[in-house]
Design a protein around this ligand. Structure first.
Ligand code: NAP
Length: 466
């Protein structure tokens, strides 16, 4: 048989996951001149686009237009999408090895990192990742309940996810209605009694992970004033030196914006967002019913590590912050895939530049690759996944040139289609997704919203007449 990648024997690649990293990998494979490639993309959810659909904040509609580029990639005649098909459940690694020359895992980071403090699991304390998935209509999280009858909530962490969560808690029903937030979340948040939201950073304003547009945006919310505390946004000597020597000029601006909020005056808006710095939760304290009642915070100072980074060091000063709802937003974490080597410490697939590594032989596993958050950890913005996937695909191409690919016994495209039909008859194609997409937009238009999402797999299948 001819080399894989030729017209008579196209390179058959399976991509697991359908978020940005998955689509950028597909794009780079399709771009190769003279390479005949056929790509099957699988997602355990019926719908594609990963965190662009299930993670990006609903009030950031513009960011979601990136899916237009993904739909274009999916329009390639050698691309197939299999939604509602789970790796490890409907298709095992052995099945993929029988049908593909190369397999790429791009499953993202599907869970949260833990804080590791007493009381973390009290009722009313949630991973931010779950709240995000809930308000974005993720089928697995749509039935969760959050007690929005509380008046005070804390969001731990000062990254972009934390600030997304804080914004969604502070938005007015009118602001939320203009987004594609899930309908049940719009109803619940419209009844919310939350008055105060605390964003808690363990280090100082110069080390805050959120970006300047996000920190400016909160100052423009219709229903909430934003405050910082003067003593917490004044830079210590180490931070001052770090900002002064940083090549990143946006850092000066970030500190200025945050210092500006220290001079905010209440304007009569019904909610307030307070961004705190140099505090770490050390315990969540429950009430008699087992729900969160308050949080013990320790005050920190910054100390330089050996590498020069500034770390938080606890002092002996502490305070109690009464809050009935807590969202832990201290980072996402990857989940191992069945039979795929995993680095448990880092929460990523064991890999070198995207080649999956065998932990015993320390050699790459032939034909297996990874890209995106499950390769490098949960960092960067959507676009960061493009160079990341290009790096992985370049490894795939190098290995292909060397003949280091899997030897599928059933490389014909129809064989895998038959297998999927047998294992998961309720799979969705990309054409199905395009129909759902049009229906969601139509349903949204009817109620004056940009989109009304389907949030249950059954609803989606019924809408498609499946
Ligand atoms: P992140 O940017 O890594 O932020 C995590 C935050 O949690 C940091 O403030 C970190 O503080 C803090 N933290 C970690 N462990 C902690 C602990 N034990 N106690 C207290 N605080 C702790 O992660 P993320 O917000 O989950 O975002 C993930 C990625 O998605 C990021 O790259 C982000 O930029 C991206 N994203 C982008 C957008 C956007 O572009 N609009 C929106 C959402 C997400 P330290 O710095 O002190 O570790």
């Amino acid at each position: 048989m001819a080399q894989p990648g030729t017209e008579s024997n196209p390179l058959r690649a399976a991509i697991i996951g359908s978020g940005p990293a998955a689509f950028y990998a597909a794009e780079h494979l399709f771009k190769q001149v003279g390479l005949n490639v056929a790509i099957d993309m699988f997602d355990r959810l019926p719908t594609p686009y990963g965190l662009v659909r299930g993670g990006v904040a609903p009030d950031h509609q513009k960011i979601k237009t990136v899916t237009k580029a993904y739909a274009q990639i999916a329009g390639n005649p050698h691309f197939r999408f299999y939604g509602n098909v789970e790796f490890g459940r409907h298709l095992k690694l052995a099945d993929l090895r029988e049908h593909y020359h190369q397999i790429l895992y791009a499953t993202g980071a599907q869970t949260d990192r833990r804080m590791g403090i007493p009381g973390e699991d009290l009722r009313g304390s949630h991973p931010a990742t779950e709240f995000v998935a809930w308000y974005n209509g993720h089928p697995d999280y749509r039935d969760l309940q959050f007690d929005l009858s509380q008046e005070r909530a804390a969001v731990v962490g000062v990254g972009n996810v934390a600030i997304d969560v804080a914004r969604i808690l502070c938005r007015t029903p009118e602001e939320l209605k203009a987004t594609d937030i899930a309908d049940y979340a719009l109803d619940a948040l419209s009844q919310s009694k939350i008055k105060e939201v605390y964003l808690l950073g363990r280090r100082g304003p110069a080390q805050a992970a959120f970006t300047n547009p996000e920190i400016k945006e909160v100052g423009e919310m219709q229903g909430a004033d934003v405050f910082t505390l003067p003593g917490e946004v004044d830079l210590d000597d180490l931070s001052q030196a770090a900002v002064a020597s940083s090549a990143d000029r946006s850092l000066v601006k970030k500190v200025e914006i945050l210092q500006g909020y220290a001079a905010s005056k209440p304007s009569g808006k019904s909610r307030k967002l307070v961004i705190r710095f140099l505090v770490s939760p050390v315990e969540l304290i429950g009430d008699e019913q087992g729900g969160v009642a308050k949080m013990r915070l320790v005050r920190n100072v910054l100390v330089a590590s050996e590498t020069g980074s500034l770390n938080a060091k606890a002092t002996d000063q502490s305070e109690e912050l009464p809050v009935g709802l807590v969202f832990r937003s201290v980072g996402y974490r990857g989940v191992p895939l069945p039979e795929v080597p995993f680095n448990d410490r880092w929460g990523v697939i064991l890999n070198e530049k995207g080649r999956v590594m065998d932990p015993d032989t320390k050699q790459p596993r032939v034909g297996e690759y990874t890209s995106g958050w499950i390769k490098r950890g949960p960092s960067g913005v959507i676009g960061t996944n493009k160079p990341d996937s290009v790096e992985t695909v370049n490894c795939m191409l190098e290995d292909l040139a060397k003949g280091a690919v899997l030897q599928p016994v059933q490389p014909e495209a129809e064989c895998v289609a038959d297998l999927v039909r047998a294992r998961q008859p309720q799979y969705l194609t990309f054409a199905d997704w395009l129909k759902l997409d049009a229906l969601e937009l139509e349903r949204g238009k009817a109620v004056g919203r940009p989109r009304l999402k389907f949030t249950r797999a059954e609803e989606m299948l019924a809408a498609l007449g499946k």
